[in-house]
Design a protein around this ligand. Sequence first.
Ligand code: CP
Length: 308
Amino acid sequence: MDIVSIRDLSKGQIEEILDRSKEMVPYARGEKRIKALDGRVLANLFFEPSTRTRLSFESAANRLGARVIEVSHASTTSMMKGETLADTIRMVESYSDLIVLRHPHEGAARLAAHFSSKPVVNAGDGAGQHPTQTLLDLFTIREEKGAIEDMNVVIVGDLKYGRTVHSLAEALALFGAELTFVAPKTLQMPKETVEQVKRSGKRPRITTDIEEVISEADVLYVTRIQKERFPDATEYEKVAGIYRVDRSMLREAKKDLIVMHPLPRVDEIAPEVDYTDHARYFQQAFNGVPVRMALLMELLGGELDEGI
Ligand code: CP
């Protein structure tokens, strides 16, 4: 089984992973030990920078007793000699039991899945999708708010190039959340994602004005303007810094609003917000470990009773 898009998982499968993720928390914290994936090898192939996804997959594998082989930059591989991604994947599948791939090109994970007989997990493909981020985002909302259904989720920032929000919006709609998309007109959610949301019976509210919607939000999901994906630097300059969440903006918010961000952030959340009761983005980043542990267990057949 490959996880290229969040659509590769049914609602029931996602719920099972979220349930298993909760069981994984004490193992992710190192309070309990488990060797459920002893002897397994995870290949972490990262052809684009990453802190959280790469390290949390590595931490998850280590916590489960698996070993990790990795590429953290294309310049250290034979791709620099002209080897194709397809041939690289054919090699790596013979060295490992599961491949985690981050790549700057949308569709790269789908191509890798085509050439690999081992499971491929998309760790972000260009402006495409980031399904494991979505799993940890759903887990965070469920843990922090007690439910996903009927939550009023406001997603703000770069909705065009931000891959995390493409998979997240689809999943939130599937789970019955109410969605508001806040972005400059040039960076609004792609039509395909909006259509998928509508197929789940949800009609997202679309606006450019965060002040207009913040007071109704249960979850404020903030994203970075993806500078590296703009074909033209002047277009980036027009929208850089357009939204900045700070304490004064949050005065209008519900007391129990949670603020999330897939990270890294630049200036879209003021550091002063870190010290409010609203901030959940660091907890969210930690949640990547138990959620990815649960996913690895699911894909590689680990059992919880294989603790030590
Ligand atoms: N959220 C996320 O994908 O972070 P990294 O780019 O650091 O992996």
